[in-house]
Design a protein around this ligand. Structure first.
Ligand code: NG6
Ligand code: CA
Length: 508
């Protein structure tokens, strides 16, 4: 009975559509196009505010990033929620502030899935709107239930959070297991050579960076002295899985190919692609054809490689005839670091290049360079080129994309700023809480308040100011982007106002 009725309605619907088409009324297809563009989020790993030409870099050339920055909206106040990867990505995917989840800190490669499978996520929202969804690249949000056997199905993970397709590295390029995982399975695993992973102790007979420096092609500077894979020692221990181990220099090409394939396979219906490039995180291993192109060593060359990947992605969208029906959001998970644990010439060959641009601090920092990142929206033919000073945050992508695709969904902290992302207004967030290794600060309007924190002022290993001070800090970011003048003492009323707002927001 129900079946019969449905069929009747379907016939009615079809006749209506035919009738409307015959009268030249193109309501349906146009709405479809406007509301359901393909969506691609390109999220780089540790790319700094000053690493992009359009953001002021001169020594480093990024023609493809510049192309979308100049042809779309270049946000000057675009933020990640956190100055490290896991919390930043947690907020992007779920629309929830990372400081609400105590486990949202840099995860080891064998950590369990950080996100509850019942939780709202961007891919779940878009799936509801009829999108095909995929993640290609770096995950770093944990996998499994904490006792993962890498030789079996590795889940729950992205496929249980709304991604139809996943081709990922579990954590970071410098952490074991150094294998790709495609839809819950380790790629290329030989059952006769099972993988074992431990973050506690080494497996008998396995060389390490600490004990066998003679086996290394890239020497560690701090940390990174455990299992050796491809001549690079990593964080964590691993045994077996020889055939499944990735080739570091081919990683960018491989992720690009997977991203392009997904686009080609889904070009006829709306798709969402989360393309999480691994560059320029350590170990920086650009393909040999990028070796030396920037004169800045592997860090610069890895950025040039990432820029090329972006260009190839744009070419694919163009060739498939869908560039004008694709919204691209380009950003980075946290700010830059030059020496993040390997001797890779990044410090020696930096020259005059400033990865943080005019900002203070860097990765791990509560100062601006930790969290303010390149942030670009590009939609050929729809978004008018502009520079926007509105405060925008990755946290708000979930609600904004939900709104774009006609969904109600919103994450706990995510708000709809679609009009800002599309350039219809420059009225962005008025308040935003920023995080760095569980420390938080408040941006309100042009002002930034950092409460007192114990802890070192500088992380000497990476040579970055962390933002810790015994006293309150208050900066006017409009007149003092480099955070050189602490106005906490001279503006007591304003400080009080921000402290109160900060406390209320964190309780809410
Ligand atoms: C740190 C690593 C660093 C990097 C970072 C995670 C050491 C000494 N340092 O613990 O190299 O891997 O974690 O970076 O091990 S992130 O971008 O994924 O947050
Ligand atoms: Ca990162």
């Amino acid at each position: 009975m129900i079946k019969y009725k449905t069929k009747q309605f379907a016939i009615l619907g079809t006749s209506l559509a035919v009738l409307l088409a015959a009268t030249g009324w193109q309501f349906a297809p146009q709405t479809e196009k406007a509301a359901k563009p393909n969506i691609v989020i390109v999220n780089l790993d540790d790319l700094g505010y000053g690493d992009v030409g359009a953001y002021g870099a001169t020594a480093l050339k990024t023609p493809n990033m510049d192309r979308i920055a100049n042809g779309g909206i270049r946000f000057t106040n675009g933020y990640a929620t956190s100055s490290t990867c896991t919390p930043s990505r947690f907020a992007l995917v779920t629309g929830v502030y990372p400081w609400r989840n105590k486990e949202a800190k840099i995860l080891p490669g064998d950590a369990p899935l950080l996100i509850d499978t019942a939780q709202q996520t961007i891919p779940k929202v878009l799936k509801k709107a009829g999108y095909a969804t995929a993640i290609v690249g770096k995950w770093h949000l944990g996998l499994g239930n904490g006792d993962t056997d890498w030789n079996k199905e590795v889940k729950p993970g992205p496929n249980q959070l709304g991604f139809d397709y996943s081709y990922i590295l579990a954590a970071t390029q410098d952490r074991v297991p150094t294998v790709y995982i495609e839809n819950t399975r380790v790629v290329g695993l030989d059952p006769n050579d099972p993988i074992r992973v431990s973050y506690k102790q080494n497996f008998e007979g396995e060389p390490t960076g600490k004990d066998n420096p003679e086996l290394l092609k890239m020497k560690w500077h701090h940390g990174h002295d455990q299992s050796i894979v491809n001549g690079i020692s990593r964080i964590g221990y691993m045994k077996g899985g020889q055939k499944a181990k990735w080739n570091d220099e081919e990683m960018a090409d491989l992720f690009l190919t997977k991203a392009q394939q997904f686009i080609k396979d889904h070009k006829s219906k709306p798709f969402f692609l989360y393309y999480a490039m691994q560059q320029p995180h350590v170990p920086r291993t650009p393909h040999p054809r990028f070796k030396g192109v920037t004169g800045m060593g592997p860090r610069g060359d890895a950025i040039a490689e990432a820029d090329w990947c972006l260009g190839e992605l744009l070419n694919t969208l163009e060739k498939e005839g869908i560039l004008e029906n694709t919204l691209i959001i380009f950003t980075s998970d946290n700010g830059p670091v030059v020496n993040d644990g390997y001797h890779d010439d990044a410090v020696e060959k930096l020259g005059k290049h400033k990865p943080a641009g005019p900002l203070r601090g860097g990765k791990y920092s509560l100062f601006e360079a930790g969290v303010r990142v390149p942030f670009i929206t590009y939609w050929k033919g729809t978004i008018k080129p502009a520079v926007s000073d509105a405060v925008v945050c990755q946290l708000d992508l979930l609600s904004s994309l939900a709104h774009l695709t006609g969904q109600e969904a919103k994450g706990l902290d995510s708000r709809n700023y679609l009009d800002v992302f599309l350039g219809k207004t420059q009225k962005g967030r008025s308040e935003l809480i920023l995080e760095a290794s569980s420390r938080t600060a408040l941006r309100q309007g042009d002002w930034l308040m950092i409460p007192p924190y114990n802890g070192p002022a500088i992380n000497k290993m990476v040579n970055i100011e962390l933002g810790n001070a015994k006293e309150y800090q208050l900066y006017n970011l409009k007149t003092d982007i480099g955070q050189q003048h602490n106005l906490a003492k001279s503006e007591p009323e304003r400080l009080k106002k921000l402290v109160t707002a900060f406390e209320q927001l964190q309780q809410g």
